[in-house]
Design a protein around this ligand. Structure first.
Ligand SMILES: C[S@@+](CC[C@H](N)C(=O)[O-])C[C@H]1O[C@@H](n2cnc3c(N)ncnc32)[C@H](O)[C@@H]1O
Length: 288
């Protein structure tokens, strides 16, 4: 009797031990996975963005390549589509300010995007207000953020032509521009700057541009500036405003506008959109 009791007790011990072991294993695995996921999220959400925000190259690789591709795959949507979603959710139709604010909020708190951004955007606003242009050319529309900023500050009857060669971006930009209610002032033209600049006069009845905002691929700034000169699209007093002259940088363009006797050029120091990396706008007045 005593022996069988001892056996039962031992058996009981044994049963408890064999039940606790997988239980502990699962708990350890669960804690490990949760901890790992939390660590990865913290790295993705705070640690890496904080670490790269002072380095232009790393910031662009992180935000513009790694995060964009990852989110595109996970959400089966594109960054411009997500940006448009944020506009439709948070901005008031017909209110350009609320559109700009919704995009800036999206880019600061959700996903970085290559708009001129809030900080340099203020410089852009002040140049537009100072010139009060009747004709504006924007090279590089992307989702229409800067288009909305410029258009909302134009005087009545002014015209802004914006060029974008990526049709997927153009589709989104049209909707952002319409949501802001500035479509009457904006003509979005799909195609490459090099093809459209020579056709501006005959196709759109443009004589010269009062303001040109250069914000397309950086290696096109200089050839397109020379092309605009050749095509007679610049008059004495026309202003070229170029974004990203430091990051990613446009050294040949800067060298040209700063040293040519045909331009009076000035640098406006700022930061790469939504980061702390130095970048700026170059404002160059064409002297004829
Ligand atoms: C930096 S993004 C423009 C951002 C926009 N200006 C803003 O601040 O909201 C540059 C855009 O220029 C377009 N692009 C680049 N090279 C171009 C070219 N040669 N002609 C037309 N579009 C171009 C790209 O597809 C991209 O959408």
């Amino acid at each position: 009797m005593q022996k069988s009791l001892q056996q039962t007790a031992r058996g009981g011990e044994k049963r408890t031990g064999s039940g606790a072991c997988p239980h502990m294993m699962w708990l350890t695995l669960l804690y490990g996975c949760t901890g790992g996921a939390a660590l990865l999220y913290a790295l993705y959400r705070w640690v890496i963005p904080a670490a790269v925000q002072y380095h232009g190259g790393l910031a662009l690789i992180w935000h513009d390549v790694i995060v964009e591709r990852m989110l595109d795959t996970l959400t089966q949507s594109t960054r411009p589509q997500r940006l448009l979603g944020a506009v439709q959710k948070n901005a008031t139709r017909g209110d350009p300010c609320s559109v700009v604010k919704a995009i800036d909020h999206f880019c600061r708190h959700k996903e970085w995007a290559m708009n001129v951004g809030d900080e340099k955007g203020c410089i852009l606003d002040s140049v537009v207000s100072e010139i009060n242009p009747a004709t504006v050319l924007e090279l590089g529309t992307y989702c229409g953020y800067s288009t909305v900023r410029i258009a909302s500050r134009l005087p009545p009857h002014a015209k802004l032509i914006t060029l974008e060669f990526n049709p997927d971006f153009a589709v989104i930009a049209r909707q952002v521009i319409a949501w802001a209610g500035v479509e009457e002032k904006v003509q979005l033209v799909e195609g490459a700057s090099g093809d459209w600049i020579p056709k501006m006069k005959e196709q759109f009845g443009i004589k010269t541009f009062d303001l040109v905002f250069l914000d397309h691929w950086k290696d096109r700034y200089l050839p397109d500036t020379k092309l605009m000169e050749e095509c007679g699209l610049l008059r004495k007093g026309s202003v070229l405003l170029a974004d990203n002259v430091i990051c990613p940088g446009t050294p040949e363009y800067l060298e040209y506008v700063r040293n040519s006797p045909r331009y009076e050029s000035r640098y406006f120091k700022s930061h790469l959109e939504y980061t702390k990396v130095e970048d700026g706008l170059e404002k160059s007045v064409f002297l004829g």
